[in-house]
Design a protein around this ligand. Structure first.
Ligand SMILES: C[S@@+](CC[C@H](N)C(=O)[O-])C[C@H]1O[C@@H](n2cnc3c(N)ncnc32)[C@H](O)[C@@H]1O
Length: 423
């Protein structure tokens, strides 16, 4: 199997577990051409028993199978949500329902689904701070934002959660603990599909676009496939069609979006090896690191880049430095007498051989700096793997840095070739 060794389980198992839920519980008996497949590396996934042609339906899940805020509002929680002021957010409503149903155990109608949900997640908010500390700088900042957002989500849930006490014999604080709400938050964040719902007065005005889709949410991500996924208003089903087709007995992948690895780790807790969208981000401080500090126009150049939205999304990728990164460097490398030409640079024009050459040299230096930094981080992670009992978390970070190193090495080679005409 492309993603490591796997174990194929046959339909009886599927019927026993989630099959019971989707096929029997909802009286929904359409048989999909899938086995459930256990794959190391991607977690569980689905495999097609037949080949799927371009445009063919992968899965069509009826609205009644979706777990949305409508489900929550129709439930025993609905009355509590309706009377709570200010109205809880759609995310809080869903998370509260997930925790409450999990607590209900055998009594929950959603038990078969809840049982197959992961017990733990690997989004940065779930990782140890010493592991997050090993992230590339931009990801580390986003991971810290994520942690702060989840903590705020938890503290702002306290009053609403207290209002639910009449529903439970145990103290609500112990049921809706930080770890329980974190688990629910990660479940929604990593598994929900996008379905627009009408705004409900009993919920806050934040986006109400989450739908948990049992069975469908076993589909793993590949950046190499294309799918069309949306809620079909005519059939009232959430439908996914393959655009690229799928071979018989292969795992069926969908594409969560054209995300780079840092985004995949941040939102879904995994890294995609050989991801064509993977890249290494160049921040402002690194961009100017190898430029002469004596350049009197440097501040002006930086503010031009900022005004024209050229200071962010500067990257190295498998194809070398991005056009945006080279353009920013060309502008920063302008000689004093060329400075008036800055608009031409932003339009993609070549100003002079000197400018072309200088910008490539600086790009190469930045790339080399990143290669050294990446190698140092890989050594650090490797030492920590010997000492700290966080092997899975450290392996995740190691994979991220290893992929970044491959990208930088490819970029360095490309930059070498680009400089040949100027030697
Ligand atoms: C919608 S679920 C897919 C089903 C999941 N594998 C499971 O066992 O429940 C999304 C999660 O699956 C995992 N995943 C999806 N695609 C992956 C991939 N290409 N490589 C590794 N893990 C992947 C990640 O943990 C992600 O958060």
């Amino acid at each position: 199997l492309a993603h490591g060794q796997g174990l194929v389980l046959d339909l009886p198992y599927l019927e026993d577990t989630i099959g019971f839920f989707v096929f029997s519980f909802f009286g929904y008996r359409r048989i999909y051409p899938f086995f459930l497949l256990c794959v190391l590396g991607t977690g569980r996934g689905l495999m097609s028993k037949t080949s799927l042609r371009e445009g063919q339906m992968i899965i069509s899940l009826p609205e009644s199978c979706l777990l949305t805020t409508d489900t929550v509002i129709r439930s025993y929680l609905g009355a509590y949500i309706a009377k709570w002021q200010p109205p809880p957010s759609p995310l809080l409503a869903l998370c509260t329902f997930l925790v409450s149903e999990k607590h209900a155990g055998d009594q929950s109608l959603w038990k078969p689904y809840l049982e197959i949900l992961p017990k733990a997640y690997t989004c940065p908010v779930c990782l140890e701070p010493e592991v997050v500390n090993l992230f590339p700088k931009p990801l580390k900042a986003k991971a810290e934002e994520q942690r702060a957002r989840v903590q705020e989500f938890f503290s702002s849930s306290r009053d609403f959660v207290s209002s639910l006490q009449p529903l439970f014999s145990e103290a609500v604080e112990s049921i809706f603990s930080y770890s329980a709400l974190l688990w629910a938050w990660c479940t929604v964040n990593t598994r929900a599909v996008y379905v627009e719902h009408r705004q409900r007065q009993c919920l806050s005005a934040e986006p109400n676009t989450y739908a948990l889709a049992p069975y469908l949410d076993l589909l793993n991500h590949s950046p190499h496939v294309q799918v069309k996924a949306a809620f079909n208003e005519e059939t009232h089903c959430y439908e996914i069609r393959t655009v690229s087709g799928c071979r018989k007995h292969e795992q069926v992948f969908i594409c969560y979006g054209p995300h780079d690895n840092q985004r995949l780790l941040l939102e879904y807790g995994f890294i995609s090896v050989q991801n064509p969208h993977a890249c290494v981000h160049v921040s402002e401080d690194i961009l100017v690191k190898y430029l002469p500090s004596t350049d009197k126009q440097m501040n002006k150049k930086i503010s031009i880049l900022k005004d024209h939205d050229f200071i962010e999304n500067l990257t190295f990728g498998w194809d070398g430095p991005s056009w945006r990164l080279l353009t920013a460097l060309k502008l920063l490398c302008l000689e004093a007498e060329e400075f008036t030409c800055w608009k031409k640079i932003l339009l993609g024009e070549i100003i002079s051989d000197t400018n072309e050459k200088r910008s490539l040299v600086i790009a190469q230096k930045i790339c080399q700096y990143f290669i050294e930094e990446t190698n140092a981080m890989l050594r650090k992670v490797s030492h920590m793997k010997d000492e700290v009992a966080l092997i899975n978390q450290l392996t995740l970070v190691e994979t991220l840095w290893t992929e970044e190193l491959k990208i930088l090495q490819a970029s360095a080679e490309i930059l070498n070739r680009l400089q040949t005409p100027f030697r």
